[in-house]
Design a protein around this ligand. Structure first.
Ligand SMILES: Nc1ncnc2c1ncn2[C@@H]1O[C@H](COP(=O)(O)OP(=O)(O)OP(=O)(O)O)[C@@H](O)[C@H]1O
Length: 309
C-alpha cells in the first residue's frame, strides 16, 4: 500500500446483532480524490463512515486509514481527519466563533492557534459577519458551513461528509458545493456519502454505488453512466390509466424501457430518433422529455429501484 492510499478497506463489515449493515465491502480512496458513497437510505453509508471516522468499531474485514488501524490508532487517525456527521451537533447557545474555539481547544490547539485559525475558517465558511451571533437562529445552510468549518479546525488531510446537503434548499446546496470544490482544489481528500445523484455527479471523481450493505458498482460518474446506461433517456407521460396500453409499442422501438408508476423511461442513444419512431407507431404521450442519462438511471438499472424510493 502506498502513502497515496488514504483509505483501504477489504471485506469491511459492520453488524448490529444478526443484522449486517455493511457486508464485506472493498474500497480504496486515493489522496486528493473526492470519493463518494452513493446509495438510498439504509444502504450502509453512514455505518461505513462511522467506522472510517473511528467512532464505531469494525465488525469484520480490514480497514486502514492513513495507513493506520482504527482499532489500535483511533486517536492518531482522528487527529488527521475532519468529520461532518449527518446532524450538525453545534452548540446552538454559543456564538459562531465560540463553536470553533471550543472545538479547537478540544483538539488541543493553543488559544492563539485557535484564534488565528478562526478568522481563516469564518472567511472560508462565509460567516465572518455572523461571528458574534448565536448559532440557533442561523439558516440550515449557514449551520452546515459552520459544521464544515469546525471539522477543518485541525487542518485535516481527509474530510468525511455524511449527507452534506440533506435538508438544504438548492441555493444553499450550491454555496456548499462551491466551498467543497475549494477544499478539493487545496488538496483535501473528500469522502462523501449522499443519496443525491446530482451531488455525486457534481462533486465526486470516483464513487461506489451501495445497496443493502454491498457495493454494486464502482467508477467515475461518467464511467458508470457509460457502462450502465445509454447516452439519452426519453421520459414519456401518458393520460391517467393509458400508460399500460402503450408499453408494448414503446418496447418495440427501444432496447430498454423502465416502467415507473407515473412515466416510462426509454433508454436510447438518440432521444429524438426514438421519439420519431414512437410517433410513427402511433404512440401519443401527454408529454415527452429527452434528457441525458444520470446516476439515477445507473442505480435503477443496477437495482430495479429508484434512489429516492
Ligand atoms: N446502531 C444500529 N443498530 C441497529 N441497526 C442499525 C444501527 N445503525 C444502523 N442500523 C441499520 O443499518 C442499516 C444501514 O444504516 P446506515 O445508517 O448505515 O445507512 P445509510 O445508507 O447511511 O442510510 P441513511 O442515509 O438513512 O443514514 C439500516 O438498516 C439501519 O437501520
Amino acid at each position: 500500500m502506498t502513502d497515496d492510499v488514504l483509505l483501504h478497506a477489504r471485506g469491511l463489515t459492520k453488524s448490529f446483532g444478526d443484522f449486517t449493515a455493511v457486508d464485506g465491502i472493498d474500497v480504496q480512496v486515493m489522496r486528493g480524490e473526492a470519493f463518494g458513497f452513493l446509495g438510498p437510505n439504509g444502504a450502509g453509508k453512514s455505518s461505513t463512515m462511522k467506522m472510517v471516522g473511528c467512532v464505531s468499531p469494525v465488525s469484520g474485514g480490514e480497514l486502514r486509514i492513513l495507513g493506520m488501524d482504527p482499532a489500535a490508532d483511533g486517536p492518531a487517525i482522528r487527529a488527521r481527519l475532519g468529520v461532518c456527521p449527518q446532524q450538525d451537533m453545534l452548540d446552538e447557545d454559543l456564538s459562531v466563533e465560540e463553536n470553533l474555539w471550543v472545538y479547537g481547544r478540544f483538539f488541543g490547539l493553543s488559544r492563539r492557534e485557535v484564534r488565528a485559525r478562526t478568522d481563516e475558517l469564518l472567511d472560508f465558511a462565509q460567516l465572518t459577519e455572523r461571528r458574534h451571533d448565536r448559532v440557533e437562529p442561523l439558516s440550515g445552510g449557514m449551520k452546515r458551513r459552520l459544521t464544515i468549518a469546525r471539522a477543518l479546525v485541525n487542518n485535516p488531510e481527509v474530510l468525511l461528509l455524511d449527507e452534506p446537503t440533506t435538508g438544504l434548499d438548492p441555493q444553499a446546496r450550491h454555496v456548499l458545493w462551491d466551498r467543497l470544490y475549494r477544499l478539493k482544489r487545496e488538496g483535501v481528500t473528500l469522502i462523501i456519502t449522499t443519496h443525491y445523484m446530482d451531488e455525486a455527479e457534481q462533486l465526486c471523481d470516483r464513487l461506489v454505488v451501495m445497496d443493502h450493505g454491498r457495493i454494486v458498482a464502482e467508477g467515475s460518474p461518467r464511467e458508470l453512466i457509460d457502462t450502465y446506461s445509454t447516452r439519452e433517456v426519453v421520459e414519456l407521460r401518458f393520460a391517467v390509466d393509458e400508460q399500460e396500453q402503450h408499453v408494448d409499442a414503446v418496447r418495440a422501438v427501444a432496447e430498454r424501457v423502465e416502467e415507473l408508476p407515473d412515466r416510462l423511461l426509454v433508454y436510447t442513444a438518440d432521444g429524438d430518433d426514438t421519439l420519431a419512431a414512437l410517433h410513427g407507431r402511433g404512440v401519443r404521450p401527454l408529454s415527452s422529455l429527452v434528457r441525458r442519462s444520470t446516476l439515477e438511471d445507473v442505480f435503477l438499472h443496477l437495482t430495479g429501484r429508484s434512489l429516492v424510493d
